[in-house]
Design a binder for this molecule. Sequence first.
Ligand code: AMP
Ligand code: MG
Length: 459
Amino acid sequence: MMKMNPMKRSCDYPMLPIEDAWRRIAAALASLPPVRKPLSLVSGLVLAEDIIARESMPTFAVASMDGYAVLSSDDSSKRSITGEQDAGVKLDLAVTEGTAVRIMTGAPLPIGADAVIPFENTFEEAGVVHLLASAKPGANVRPVGQDIAAGEIALPKGSVLEPAEIGLLASLGCSRVLVHPRPRVSIMVTGNELVAVDATPKPGQTRDSNTLALLAAATACGFDAVALPHPIGDNACVLEQALIETLAGSDMIVTSGGVSMGTFDLIKPLLARLGEILVGRVAMKPGKPLTFAMIHGKPVFGLPGNPVSSLVCFEQFVRPALRRMSGQRLLWRPCVQVRLAQTLRHDPERTEFQRAIVELEPRGFTAHSTGVQGSARIKSLVGANALLILPVGMGDFPAGSRVMALLINQPEAREDLSLCHAIPAKTAILSRRLLGLFPPADDVDGRRLKRGGNAFSFR
Ligand code: AMP
Ligand code: MG
């Protein structure tokens, strides 16, 4: 007969591979319903409608340099000046053979004129301009509709509204646009042992570092985050009340602590009672007890309390989830192949996210470990710009071997998660911004980065 260990506890939740856990999370999340907002409040948001240009840009033929508006077909080198056209008003001026109109950048082209000769290529004497260069048709003129034709889609749905997009919308006269709002995320930190940052912990107590670290993680990715004023004790009734109250004003709740197997780990049973747990354990290190539930139609992430675990789980699941809710298409950080500077020990049963500093060296990207990788050792994340992905079943990685690294200080550049976890992955997409940061001819996932003008591009 098998001897039973009365202390052995089992977890009801299967340990999901990271991809499966994300699939379940993603299937439960939709982008928040769009709202119409003034252009001054949409920076960083995702457009929820196609913007059709109601008018052409530019709306009138316009001089793009200060100079003289002329007829390009007229080959005389002297023209008498018949007037001056400034920007901001449309005078009733016309250009004919032998004449020119002095014109300023941004001014409407006089009737008949089809080119502007810049001041630098002329001199003026007694009402006559002497041309030192001939004009090609259309020279220094922006014709009607050169940028955008009326009726065309000026900005498609799904565009991220960065400064250029906002400038374009402003120039088209779109003062209010339909956007997906930013999710409001509430941070709820739990644990009997926790005290405020400015308190002196008594024996057995720990300062709550997760409230501020998670708030910073949420604001770093542009979300409106609030935290409960104090950590909540491990008490089922108090936790339930706090969760229900917080849910009302939030689009997502992120809890910290209390998701493991201890006597005072009450979050999983609470979430199971109030809604449905879709992810209860994930085959990742750190972060095995990561929990995801839908409660009253809203997502709740239960992050483990260890400081590194909570931030790595935030990075790997909460951040992409928030981006998905805000309508973003690119959810995942860029991923590059790196060479290990040190041998790394690895738990072969879980995908491990080891913290590292990735540097570009002549032979390519090299990863230097940040040292001891304990999930309580927040110093292992300090200064890290990458999470090295050590996949399941691979054992230790000797120095010099190649692994994939998520560049956690670079903006999201990929739509698809799975590419990064397959080693050796041969595909990765780097954001244009990222490409600008690294020198040429570096091998990135088997593709070459090549210099192209000032930027770098894949070939
Ligand atoms: P738990 O996930 O509640 O089992 O906590 C795991 C470990 O993380 C324990 O050593 C806790 O004291 C620590 N911990 C939990 N929450 C926090 C927090 N907010 N700040 C710092 N450490 C924490
Ligand atoms: Mg605890």
